[in-house]
Design a protein. Structure first.
Length: 221
């Protein structure tokens, strides 16, 4: 299916100056990614390690690859040489492994901690107490291969705008709280990744700085 150029242009216009667009290209062919790349898009998101590795090898080096899926520790090594930002970090063990693989590659890897904001039990992520514990431990051990750049979250998959809005506002408050604790400097801890095809306008209203949009650009999967 061809990419939706009109939607791409209206989305980038809506985001201008507010948030970065990560085009979520999972399951979509390289040709679709190239089409969007030609229009100027540089940030692409993938959920599966093998698919990301294959696409990164075949597509332009100017692409910034975001890993947005659930990352298994034993697979970090495959993406560590090139990944731009890992969105879904949800444990200290994973953070340590990313740190280790980053150092092996002489890199610092930017990471977002995933916070569980949806009421669904199935969504991954840390609750607020776990989040604080991970941040405390990560800062105490001074992992030099990683940078915690902010937070990521997914709202409930629901048509209930009040509910989705409440969940995004909650994540925003957690983000604001961490920005003012003094643990992080505001220019380093400044990414709030929230909003997808179905809910990104609400996420933007709640202060998202990065949206992850797939089906609206590439068609349904
Ligand atoms: C697939 C996916 C998206 C994009 O979803 P769309 O509804 O197609 O925009 C965003 N974030 C994550 C974590 C995803 O897995």
């Amino acid at each position: 299916m061809p990419i939706n150029t009109t939607d791409y242009q209206s989305i980038t216009a809506a985001l201008a100056g507010k948030a970065t667009l990560v085009a979520v290209s999972k399951t979509k062919p390289a040709a679709d990614i190239e089409a969007l790349y030609t229009l100027g898009q540089r940030d692409f998101g993938e959920n599966y390690v093998q698919e990301l590795v294959d696409k990164a090898a075949a597509l332009p080096a100017g692409i910034r690859w975001h890993f947005i899926g659930h990352l298994q520790r034993n697979k970090v090594k495959y993406i560590a040489p090139f990944v731009h930002l890992i969105h879904g970090v949800d444990s200290m063990e994973l953070l340590r492994e990313i740190n280790k693989q980053a150092l092996k590659n002489n890199r610092t890897i930017d990471c977002l901690l995933q916070v569980c904001i949806a009421r669904e039990e199935t969504k991954f992520g840390l609750d607020e107490a776990e989040l604080d514990a991970v941040i405390k431990e990560a800062t105490a051990t001074a992992l030099s291969g990683i940078n915690i750049r902010g937070l990521m979250g997914m709202a409930s998959f629901s048509n209930d705008k009040t509910l989705v809005n409440r969940e995004f506002q909650h994540l925003r408050q957690v983000f604001d709280r961490l920005q003012t604790t003094g643990i992080f400097t505001a220019d380093r801890f400044n990414i709030l990744s929230m909003g997808m095809s179905g809910d990104y306008p609400l996420a933007l209203e709640a202060g998202s700085t990065m949206v992850r949009i797939g089906s609206l650009l590439f068609g349904s999967r």
